[in-house]
Ligand binder design. Structure first.
Ligand SMILES: Cc1cc2nc3c(=O)[nH]c(=O)nc-3n(C[C@H](O)[C@H](O)[C@H](O)COP(=O)(O)OP(=O)(O)OC[C@H]3O[C@@H](n4cnc5c(N)ncnc54)[C@H](O)[C@@H]3O)c2cc1C
Length: 356
């Protein structure tokens, strides 16, 4: 069986690795002139780690990433609202995105990887399965589901980068009026960070000025980063299906969500493993992935409402009071709620494999 994967981001490469693992012949077609990822961080959550374990890549991820256990949520003046010591919760692996992408890329033989190929439709692709992993603005999705709404602006703009450091910092998220920030320290002293602010799309804003009075070292991280990447945040309204004919949507092409739970790329890794285990049964893939990803999508939206979107001083004071009152065990439960995913099991039902 042959699959063509359109898009060589984290989702597309993970799909190619996973499908090859169950015996599919695979080609990856990437529009860009070279495979690559942006200079920013990614937290590999425990659910994503289970997907990477299934792909046989967990050792390399642990080698290149840094397990982070202590940390929590802070107010913009630096006060801890939720402070979690290492209490044995599952770890988030902090990584540079290029490292995660590189691990997936190296797991594929060069002869299956094609760059400079822009796919505009699925009809001419000679394959039993076409994986549309072409991102939030997916051309294949627009062709497949012409009536489905496209991405919509989620009301905030984010800036990301990797500060040279060296720093010794805990992993943290910071909530302030109409904004939020995150710190994901790498093991070598560099720090991946993001800051985001409620703003109209394409607004002319300077993150250095916007976050100048937030707690240390956020202003310095933003100021000392040479390459700051800006993204207006878009989300994809929930789709009625992820599959049509022999085409399966995967990753942001299927369920681009706001970044407030840090689960977008993690979902793409889950998709990839599930698609491979479904072994061509796309109805099953849809049944397993749509409810899961759409519930995380909604969770991320809720996190935005309770986080970045809050601006009234009274609402902020109440939220911060409530967060400080939460016992650590409950906070961990809340934070790890979306990480409780396991690789689907394949059972044999007579001669037919069943995935659940
Ligand atoms: C500000 C921000 C912060 C985030 N933080 C996190 C985080 O901490 N943790 C997390 O898990 N997720 C995070 N995410 C989400 C994460 O970045 C995405 O969910 C993930 O990168 C999606 O991967 P993908 O492979 O589906 O899509 P993409 O990374 O968009 O890859 C799509 C690929 O397809 C290629 N392509 C596009 N069109 C075509 C075509 N027509 N033909 C051929 N190739 C094509 C593109 O060049 C690209 O390489 C964040 C997102 C944002 C915006």
């Amino acid at each position: 069986m042959k699959a063509i994967v359109v898009g060589g981001g984290i989702g597309g490469l993970a799909a190619a690795v996973s499908l090859r693992r169950v015996g599919w012949e695979v080609q990856v077609l990437e529009r860009a002139a070279a495979f690559g990822e942006i200079g920013a961080g990614v937290g590999v959550m425990p659910n994503a780690m289970r997907a990477l374990e299934w792909m046989g890549l967990d050792d390399e991820i642990r080698r290149l990433g840094t397990p982070r256990v202590s940390g929590g949520v802070r107010a913009d003046d630096g006060r801890w609202l939720v402070h979690l010591p290492d209490v044995g919760q599952e770890k988030v692996i902090a990584m540079h995105r290029a490292d995660l992408h590189g691990v997936l890329l190296r797991a594929l033989p060069p002869e299956v990887l094609f760059t400079g190929v822009e796919v505009t439709g699925a009809d001419d692709l000679d394959a039993d399965l076409v994986v549309a992993a072409d991102g939030i603005h997916s051309r294949l999705r627009a062709e497949l589901l012409p009536d489905a709404p496209g991405p919509v602006y989620a009301g905030a703009t984010a800036w990301r980068g990797v500060a040279p450091g060296p720093y010794e910092l805990p992993i943290s998220q910071t909530l302030g009026p109409g904004g939020e920030a995150g710190i994901l320290p790498l093991g070598d002293g560099r720090v991946c960070w993001y800051v985001a602010k409620v703003a109209p799309a394409r607004a002319d804003l300077d993150p250095v000025a916007l976050f100048a009075d937030w707690h240390d070292p956020l202003p310095e991280l933003v100021r000392t980063t040479a390459d700051v990447i800006r993204h207006d945040i878009y989300e994809l309204p929930l789709l009625p299906t992820f599959v049509k004919g022999r085409v399966a949507l995967l990753g942001d092409a299927a369920h681009a969500m706001t970044p407030y739970l840090g689960q977008g790329a993690c979902m793409a890794l889950e998709d990839a493993v599930t698609l491979a285990l479904c072994n061509g049964d796309l109805a099953r893939y849809d049944a397993l992935r749509r409810p899961r990803t759409q519930s995380v999508w909604k969770g991320s939206k809720r996190a935005g409402r309770l986080g970045i979107e809050m601006r009234s001083p009274i609402a902020l004071a109440l939220r911060n009071f409530a967060l400080r009152a939460v016992p650590p065990s409950l906070a961990i439960q809340g934070m790890t709620r979306f990480s409780a995913w396991e690789v689907p099991q394949v059972h044999s039902n007579g001669s037919n494999p069943v995935v659940n």
